[in-house]
Design a protein around this ligand. Structure first.
Ligand SMILES: NC(=O)c1ccc[n+]([C@@H]2O[C@H](COP(=O)([O-])OP(=O)(O)OC[C@H]3O[C@@H](n4cnc5c(N)ncnc54)[C@H](O)[C@@H]3O)[C@@H](O)[C@H]2O)c1
Ligand SMILES: CC(=O)N[C@@H]1[C@@H](OP(=O)(O)OP(=O)(O)OC[C@H]2O[C@@H](n3ccc(=O)[nH]c3=O)[C@H](O)[C@@H]2O)O[C@H](CO)[C@@H](O)[C@@H]1O
Length: 434
């Protein structure tokens, strides 16, 4: 073990290995910190100057438990430096690419990844390892290896080595999961797989499964598609529960006691940088139509609209004119405990209702919003809609909140209020029982 660590940390001449991490966002920054903690010289590269400046002052630009302390330490000890200058990456033994891979329409936009490869091409030395951590459509890593070959005249498997090492961590648990999750690593060549496995072994304590690049790409996309399809099934069950007068959360709790059933949780929708796009990345290079995965997406995409319907029904029941209504939305983040608003169903919901009501107020303790305090956001409101399952919202005393409101209407888009509070018109996704 000690010999392996020595081989990975130092090159053949005994010089400390230099790792370049390209893209310092939710994935790249924690990854850069892990490699720095493992003993490498790490240089982080991002196109955003404000991100780079913040990191170099030891301050994180994202919310993640433990990140401030860890970042501060590795920056102070000069084990991690960030830059916007590509020439500073020269001499890197490994390049780890963590740029975003979003959708444009429903098609993958790989421009950030291609630009990252172009940057690598400017500075790469013979023998270097290039790893794509970003989630990509099947076949992309091989395409990127070809792009790098055409830009440099080098050959993969001979002059450089390229592998896909998809990231599987869950925001909120990143530093634990980076170490203890199992990992999948697939090289374009066998030598690339071998080198990448060796590199990740310097901090990963979970199992590392070696495969080829395209299989690794497909595995990552299958994992998130599996989750998306299962959430869609839970959402469809929730819609059915409204037809049958059932509390879906109670039904799911009991169904899940079956040894082979694990139903996910319904809600206002599925957000974040991954689940709303990865099923489309999986389908993007396919030559025929696949129905199930697309239908699941459509169901999940329809959920903010369903919550809007619940709101308008409740306003009508409460005798509140839509055009006069003041609605407070609790939570903008795509899920609890994060400041990430990418593809957040809360934002979609706000867009859906804002032209129909008098005022939409928003409050999110992690993101901000139109109001800085919960009390200010709620006072004289006609309805409150829970759009994010932040832990803070699970502790709220609804009777007290009700006293501040003009009308007591509560819509639970996240299944966090188990007992409808007294005196409220209460509706929630999957709460067919109320
Ligand atoms: N966020 C997650 O929970 C998560 C989990 C697993 C996998 N992933 C995947 O990891 C990848 C990164 O996701 P993220 O959430 O960290 O994205 P992000 O948007 O938070 O970070 C990407 C960073 O890359 C930078 N960047 C873009 N183009 C660049 C370039 N050419 N050179 C240098 N920097 C560049 C951006 O400025 C940004 O700071 C995506 O493919 C995503 O699907 C994300
Ligand atoms: C397979 C898997 O586990 N992948 C994880 C996932 O992480 P994530 O941060 O995107 O988190 P999720 O918890 O999946 O939430 C997404 C959205 O779905 C809503 N949701 C969730 C569960 C549920 O039962 N009902 C719901 O409605 C939730 O509110 C939120 O809006 O993708 C990352 C990037 O690839 C992975 O790295 C990470 O391992």
């Amino acid at each position: 073990m000690r010999i392996l660590k020595f081989c990975v940390l130092f090159d053949k001449l005994g010089v400390r290995m230099k790792i370049a991490v390209i893209g310092l966002g939710y994935i790249g920054l924690p990854t850069a910190i892990m490699f720095a903690e493992a003993g490498y010289e790490v240089i982080g590269f991002d196109v955003k100057k404000d991100v780079v400046d913040r990191i170099n002052s030891g301050k994180a630009h994202i919310v993640e438990p433990g990140i401030e302390e860890k970042l501060n330490k590795v920056v102070k000890e000069e084990r991690l430096k960030a830059t916007t200058k590509v020439e500073k990456l020269r001499g890197a033994n490994a390049f780890i690419i963590c740029v975003q891979t979003p959708l444009e329409g429903n098609k993958p936009n790989l421009i950030y990844l291609e630009n990252a490869i172009r940057s690598v091409a400017e500075v790469i030395d013979r023998g270097a390892l290039v790893i794509i951590e970003s989630t990509v459509p099947p076949g992309t890593t091989i395409k990127m290896a070809k792009l790098l070959e055409s830009l440099t005249g080098f050959r993969e498997g001979v002059d450089f080595y390229m592998a896909h090492a998809p990231e599987r961590v869950m925001p909120g648990r990143i530093f634990y999961e980076l170490v203890y999750n199992s990992r999948v690593i697939g090289g374009v060549s066998e030598k690339a797989t071998e080198l990448a496995v060796k590199l990740y072994k310097s901090f990963v304590k979970g199992e590392i499964y070696a495969t080829d690049a395209t299989t690794a790409e497909m595995i990552k996309l299958m994992e998130n598609t599996y989750r998306d399809v299962n959430i869609a099934l839970a959402n469809e069950f929730a819609l059915l529960a409204h037809q049958y007068g059932v509390n879906i959360f109670e039904a799911i709790r009991i169904a899940n006691t079956h040894p082979r059933v694990n139903i996910h949780f319904p809600g206002i929708g599925v957000g974040g940088h991954c689940l709303p796009k990865d099923p489309y990345l999986l389908l993007s290079n396919a030559k025929k139509e696949f129905g199930l995965i697309r239908l699941a997406r459509k169901i999940n995409e329809s959920m903010p609209k369903f919550v809007a319907t619940l709101l308008f029904e409740a306003l009508e029941e409460g005798g509140v004119e839509e055009r006069e209504a003041v609605v407070t939305v609790l939570g903008l983040a795509y899920k609890g405990g994060t400041d990430d608003i990418r593809n957040s169903p809360a934002l979609t919901f706000v867009k859906l209702i804002r032209d129909r009501v008098l005022e939409v107020r928003t409050y999110d303790p992690y993101v901000g919003g139109t109001h800085k305090s919960l009390e200010d956001a709620i006072v004289e409101a006609d309805a409150v809609v829970i759009a994010t399952d932040h832990p803070e919202f699970k502790e709220l005393n609804w009777e007290e909140i009700g006293r501040l409101m003009r009308h007591k209407i509560l819509i639970d888009g996240r299944g966090i209020v188990s007992n409808p509070p007294k005196g409220f018109i209460f509706k929630g996704v999957g709460r067919g029982d109320v």
